[in-house]
Design a protein around this ligand. Structure first.
Ligand code: DC
Length: 232
């Protein structure tokens, strides 16, 4: 079973998706981390100003490992480094490149087919629309701009970077605009996704709600009906 969680930056997708995956015994895929790993490689190779073809070639060469909670770039653990301000500021270079996207989309689909677990929770911007259009359960996670900016500010402070709420809000608006207007894989709620607003909910409340949605989808899925199984 594939569960997609899409939504804007700061809506709490990673925490929610990770927690949902652990509750269900599913694998978890953070696709934003894959775009971030490509960005780190672009920065290290000093390809920020190169043409799209060069960047696409680099992305195809890279090995990106997503193991447990760690992100490995050509075998090196870059879990913390990919969250830096520099990577965040340049992440659009890979995300706007259609060849990079198609390389990563292919790898995301592969991730969902390996391993012997019953399901995958995958989060990003285009998981329910482009990568897994037939996913059994699609969620679109949102929160108010203010709430998302506060979370990002706290997250940065935990990493030792102090940024004013106003600056975080400005960066967030720029990133939202890019994410929503990108030609391919732009941030948009899939027609068959359930939209969930997290402003006034705790993490546990959000995850409880999603577990209920997943169980309801699973109970009504054609494959379950064909197997003649029920929840009782
Ligand atoms: O979720 P995040 O902030 O770690 O994602 C980093 C960037 O990667 C985000 O600005 C947009 C891009 N991204 C994307 O284009 N498609 C995805 N499936 C996931 C992330």
């Amino acid at each position: 079973m594939i569960i997609t969680i899409d939504g804007p930056a700061g809506a709490g997708k990673s925490t929610v998706a990770r927690s949902l995956a652990s509750r269900l015994g599913f694998r978890f895929l953070d696709t934003g981390a894959m775009y971030r790993a490509v960005t780190l490689a672009i920065l290290r190779a000093q390809l920020v100003d190169s043409d799209g073809e060069e960047i696409a070639k680099l992305a195809r060469r890279l090995t990106i490992g997503m193991e447990a909670d760690r992100v490995l770039l050509d075998g090196e653990d870059v879990t913390e480094e990919i969250r830096s301000e520099d990577v965040t500021a340049h992440v659009h270079i890979g995300a706007d490149n259609q060849q990079v996207r198609s390389t990563l989309v292919q790898r995301q689909r592969q991730f969902a087919t390996v391993g012997d677990v019953s399901g995958v929770v995958t989060e990003g911007r285009d998981q329910g629309t482009v990568v897994f259009p037939d996913a059994a359960c699609k969620i679109f996670l949102t929160a108010s701009d203010e709430q998302r900016a506060k979370r990002r500010q706290q997250d940065l402070a935990r990493r030792g970077t102090q940024v004013s709420l106003k600056d975080v809000l400005t960066q967030q608006q720029e990133r939202d605009a890019r994410d929503r207007s990108r030609e391919v894989g732009r941030l948009i709620c899939a027609e068959d996704a359930v939209s969930v607003e997290t402003d006034n909910l705790t993490l546990d409340q959000v995850v409880d709600h999603l577990v209920q949605l997943v169980l309801a989808k699973d109970a009504s899925s054609p494959s379950r009906a064909a197997r003649g199984t029920s929840d009782h």
